[in-house]
Ligand binder design. Structure first.
Ligand code: BGC
Length: 761
């Protein structure tokens, strides 16, 4: 039976029922027509399949591999790695009878305070979009649907079900939408989940511009829009705006409202049919479980060891070596050496965040045990907790034991991090500091042993500026999943290379963060006052120092950049403009290592405010010592454009563009300037256009001068010949000037102008 046939068989009540789930985790089946229910489960970095299909709770899900969270994966800058993880999650979903995985989460990290930042990739839309695309591609390669979320501008947890994200259109287009656009147009996810919040006053679930005009008409999305769990307020308005599936179902209420609205004519039945067809298509896309899920052994059908090994490699690829004075890392211990391990997190791992993404891991590596198992024979690895993780108060006994241990060690490795309660879905953080009982310990340890390495476990940026100086080496591991402990041992001992780069800036102080004055808002509104200057775009624009910049990350080897070329090909007018940027990267050290080549672009003479530089390309390469790799990245016209709110389109302004290639947003190794030729940026020349806008346009200026004319001495008449009046009145629209006598622009002149100038839009 075709979809259309199936649709025609459905009663109005059945169609309405299909637009809501049947349980907390299932779509509605229609047994009489053989339409099965599809199971949806969280989440982004591993499966959270609740054993009972109608269970709202967070804990007790079936065991699944807990891969590194997005905070870590963002730092991998490695789409292939993220694709492999997506595919592994897809395999586990099939094994557990799940048809749709609710992830990836791709919201932008607007402020480090967002309690859910650990579930998001980056402060940058290109990095976010590239990794989101890879994740979706991986999951869907297994015949399982991915659901990109939360669409859109869901950048805080405070008042998340009601708050209106008040964002100007250019900022939406340049910062909060491009990554969704990339995922939707390139990876074609089966579902998009709308956000809880409102956008400029309208709930995301009822936002027709967002859910239909942009998502479907502009980007060609052909899948299902599902609500975030509980995001629907008015089922009929939501359906009309483009929301197909309500989860969890408000049974007996939402379905009844849809039926009544169709019956009384307030809802066009065609809109209901459109949503039903999309849901039927989703059901059709989900293959029958193969092999059938075995509830008694939820991990049958996937290789737990293989996935754990992938989680371990991934965690190392995500770890960011922030500093490494005198090459303290990797450690090279020999028999008799003492590596003091300090910090409760070495024994009680912090490896994921709290909330709907929380995975029940198949196993859990403990860094202390892994390190002990990995060191050469005769190396001692004693442990002291140093502090408690349930409190921020200092425990003097624990601290004293740790200091005594550090004093007799060759090297001290301190495991610090945020307590679990500090980072969770549902609440933002009040500050970005590590607990006092951790930071107070560091100077005491450093005083007795300068060979101090800090290993960090946290899902969002923390302040380092108050303790950084006490550590010779800092390894940021983020929340890196169930194998983080093993990966940390590998990294400390140099079995693997730290290959991560910061996907978010680590600021010196919370007060420096671009959203500081406008987060989390009040009275139901949060104003995105920093506009497009989010993350490094903001720190660079205001010239602020940071602890560690976006893109930063050291390696155990060193890299050199050579031979930059930037060549413009094609023409804007022909739609084939491209800038081909090439350089060569050389591993100049003695160890293998992975390098992330980052391409930034700036438009120094832009007529609109633009960031000094923006990430527009990147690639990660794996280089053996002494080897060189040529790298080529290509920019399109869109990469050089800004969103013009006036013209409601991407605009490329002619002029010079700066091109930088480097290791981070502030370690730019090579640069070039290219000249871009493009048609002049024009405004619509009508009665509302200002005098200056008419004069700035060559055709408009010509017509204006000819119509206004010159006096006997050849001088332009009226305002055009009066420099002082021009200064004062240049920003007046022509329509307004027609009421001002003596300026040479009366109604007749205006009519003649409008008649002669070709109106462009
Ligand atoms: C979260 C979503 C999640 C859903 C289902 C919501 O509270 O915002 O990310 O997928 O619950 O658990």
């Amino acid at each position: 039976m075709t979809m259309a046939d199936l649709l025609s068989e459905l009663t109005l009540a059945e169609k309405a029922a299909l637009c809501l789930g049947s349980t907390f985790w299932h779509t509605a089946p229609v047994p009489r027509l053989g339409i099965p229910a599809v199971m949806l489960s969280d989440g982004p970095h591993g499966l959270r399949r609740q054993p009972d299909g109608n269970q709202a709770g967070i804990s007790g899900s079936l065991p699944a591999t807990c891969f590194p969270t997005a905070s870590a994966l963002g730092s991998s800058w490695d789409p292939e790695l993220v694709r492999r993880i997506g595919a592994a999650i897809g395999v586990e979903a099939r094994a557990q009878g799940v048809g749709v995985v609710l992830g990836p989460g791709v919201n932008i990290k607007r402020s480090p305070l967002c309690g859910r930042n650990f579930e998001y990739f980056s402060e940058d839309p290109l990095l976010t979009g590239t990794l989101g695309e890879a994740h979706v591609t991986g999951v869907q390669s297994q015949g399982v649907g991915a659901c990109v979320k939360h669409f859109a501008a869901n950048n805080q947890e405070t008042d998340r079900l009601r708050v209106s994200a008040d964002v100007d259109e250019r900022t939406l287009r340049e910062i909060y939408l491009p990554h969704f656009e990339r995922v939707v147009t390139r990876a074609r996810p089966w579902l998009v989940m709308c956000a809880y919040n409102r956008i400029n006053g309208t709930h995301a679930s009822e936002h027709g511009w967002l859910l239909t005009d942009v998502l479907r008409t502009e980007w060609g999305f052909d899948g299902v829009v599902v609500s975030d769990w509980g995001a629907v307020h008015d089922r009929v308005a939501a359906l009309a705006a483009g929301l197909d599936l309500e989860m969890p179902p408000n049974l007996g209420v939402s379905d009844a409202a849809l039926v009544a609205a169709v019956r009384d004519g307030t809802l066009d039945e065609n809109l209901l049919d459109r949503a039903v067809l999309r849901i039927l298509r989703l059901v059709d896309r989900v293959p029958a479980a193969d092999p059938p899920p075995a509830p008694d052994d939820p991990t049958s059908g996937f290789d737990v060891d293989v996935h754990h090994a992938l989680a371990r490699t991934a965690a190392a690829d995500c770890a960011v070596l922030l500093k490494n004075e005198a090459e303290l890392l990797p450690l090279h211990p020999s028999a008799g050496d003492v590596i003091a391990v300090i910090g409760e997190f070495a024994r009680t791992p912090r490896y994921q965040g709290a909330g709907s993404s929380q995975v029940n891991p198949t196993r859990l590596d403990v860094a202390l045990e892994e390190l002990r198992a990995a060191v050469p024979a005769g190396v001692h690895v004693p442990f002291a907790a140093g502090f408690g993780v349930q409190t921020t108060d200092q425990d003097h006994q624990l601290a004293a034991e740790a200091v005594a241990l550090a004093a007799r060690a060759d090297t001290v490795v301190v495991f610090l991090g945020l307590p679990g309660a500090a980072e969770s879905e549902g609440a933002d953080r009040p500050h970005i500091a590590l607990p006092d009982n951790q930071t107070a310990l560091l100077p005491r340890l450093a005083a007795v042993n300068p060979n101090l390495v800090v290993v960090l476990a946290n899902g969002s940026a923390v302040r380092l500026s108050d303790w950084d100086a006490h550590a010779r080496a800092i390894l940021e591991t983020w929340l890196s999943g169930q194998a983080a402990g093993g990966a940390t041992a590998d990294l400390l001992l140099g079995t693997v290379e730290p290959a991560g780069r910061l996907a978010e800036t680590l600021p010196l102080r919370l007060e420096d963060t671009p959203a500081y004055l406008n987060f989390p808002g009040e009275d139901g509104h949060v104003r995105y006052g920093e506009g497009i200057f989010v993350g490094y775009r903001g720190y660079d624009a205001t010239g602020r120092d940071v602890s560690y910049p976006f893109g930063h990350g050291l390696s155990y080897t060193t890299f050199d950049y050579r031979d930059l070329t930037a060549t413009v090909t094609g023409r804007v007018e022909d739609g084939d403009l491209a800038v081909v940027v090439s350089c060569t990267v050389v591993n100049t050290g003695r160890r293998p290592g992975k390098e992330v080549i980052q391409l930034y672009v700036g438009a120094p003479q832009s007529q609109v405010a633009r960031p000094i530089r923006e990430l527009k390309g990147f690639v990660k390469v794996d280089l053996a010592p002494g080897t060189a790799e040529p790298v080529t990245l290509t920019l399109s016209a869109r990469d050089l454009s800004y969103w013009s709110t006036g013209q409601r389109r991407w605009v490329l302004q002619a002029g010079p563009f700066d091109i930088w290639v480097g290791r981070s947003s502030r370690d730019l190794r090579l640069s070039a300037t290219i000249e871009i030729d493009a048609p002049p940026v024009t405004v619509r020349l009508d009665a509302e256009a200002t005098l200056r806008e008419w004069l700035a346009d060559p055709a408009g200026a010509d017509v204006l001068r000819r119509v206004v004319g010159v006096d006997a001495s050849g001088r332009p008449r009226g305002v055009l010949g009066d420099q002082e009046a021009m200064t004062v009145l240049g920003d007046f629209p022509l329509r307004t000037l027609t009421a001002f006598p003596g300026l040479g622009i009366d109604r007749t002149v205006l009519a003649a102008l409008l008649d002669r100038v070709e109106t462009r839009g």
